[in-house]
Design a protein around this ligand. Structure first.
Ligand SMILES: [Zn+2]
Ligand SMILES: [Zn+2]
Ligand SMILES: [Zn+2]
Length: 307
């Protein structure tokens, strides 16, 4: 599925499939939205609203999660929500090098047991901040206790991290953000290119994933600016105590100045088309030519950099 069908050429306003190719080496990272919905998912159980009964497949949203595939074979998932098994099947995930967590809310971790089949050969590294790791050890205590052999359990190697680390040719940097009063992590993923000078110099090879964010500390902005692709959680039009609104997500993207921004962690308040219109109108009103914006949908695949 082309990743930018919904974007518009900033010069002509026409829908476009691609931008002019960048010069130089184009090595690609692929990211797939395994889910783009808020905590209850869409449709919501028992809800008969127009969005929950919509026939547009983009209005069905599983819990938010991102799958990252590097050209060197790197395979990483951010968050393992309750639908992880279905998402892994849909995306054809056969193995993983690591799982990254943003925080320990149920909609981001309750599929962790299904990692089991991916950890048969060796334990799977799990990276998160110290609070999240502590919470995981409590919530999934059976995973970390010695029990009888047999009976399936995922083999997880949790590691609390504060600094960037490398898997293959990808560098993963934690991005501290606020989720209400909680300190959680966004993730910046940059491809390490040979002869590229400072490792993080080529922002065009960078994707930043910030879900469940309500505020960005000043010190985290340097990790967000000018990314090729910025993904931001925003649940609805109205303000919310622990999540960005659409407006706040778009203002973040405007300030960050990257090439495109996708909204994720979306509720059933508005359908996909209406959120697209909101994004289009914001860009028009602000005269924003450079940064494309739109809502993500489940199964959407993007190439980094933006082709
Ligand atoms: Zn969430
Ligand atoms: Zn509904
Ligand atoms: Zn949350």
């Amino acid at each position: 599925m082309p990743g930018n069908l919904n974007f518009h050429n900033p010069e002509t306003g026409q829908q476009c499939l691609s931008r002019p190719a960048l010069e130089g080496k184009l090595s690609l990272v692929k990211v797939t939205f395994l889910g783009s919905g808020t905590s209850h998912g869409v449709p919501v159980i028992g809800c008969k609203c127009p969005v929950c009964t919509s026939e547009d497949p983009r209005d069905s949203r599983m819990r938010a999660s991102l799958y990252i595939q590097g050209e060197g074979g790197e395979r990483v998932v951010i968050d393992t929500g309750p639908e992880f098994r279905l998402q892994a099947l849909a995306a054809g995930i056969e193995r993983l090098d690591a799982v990254l967590l943003t925080h320990a809310h149920a909609d981001h971790i309750h599929g962790m047991d299904d990692l089991r089949v991916l950890t048969r050969e060796k334990p799977l590294p799990l990276y998160a901040n110290a609070d999240t790791i502590r919470e995981m050890r409590e919530r999934f205590s059976y995973v970390f206790q010695e029990t009888q052999r047999g009976g399936g359990k995922p083999r997880i190697a949790p590691e609390a991290i504060e600094a960037p680390f490398v898997i293959g040719n990808l560098r993963f940097s934690p991005v501290p953000v606020k989720h209400g009063v909680l300190d959680i992590l966004g993730w910046r993923i940059t491809e390490i290119l040979e002869n590229a000078g400072p490792r993080d110099a080529l922002a065009v090879h960078t994707v930043v994933y910030l879900t469940d964010t309500s505020a960005i500390p000043e010190s985290s902005w340097q990790l967000i600016r000018n990314a090729d692709t910025l993904i931001i959680g925003a649940i609805r039009v109205q303000p919310h105590e622990t999540h960005f609104s659409f407006q706040q997500a778009m203002e973040t993207a405007e300030r960050a100045g990257g090439r495109r921004m996708y909204i994720t962690h979306i509720s059933h308040d508005l359908n996909h088309r209406k959120i697209e219109e909101i994004c289009r109108k914001f860009r028009e009103d602000r005269g924003l030519k450079e940064t494309a914006m739109g809502p993500a949908w489940d199964g959407l695949e993007l190439s980094i950099p933006f082709p």
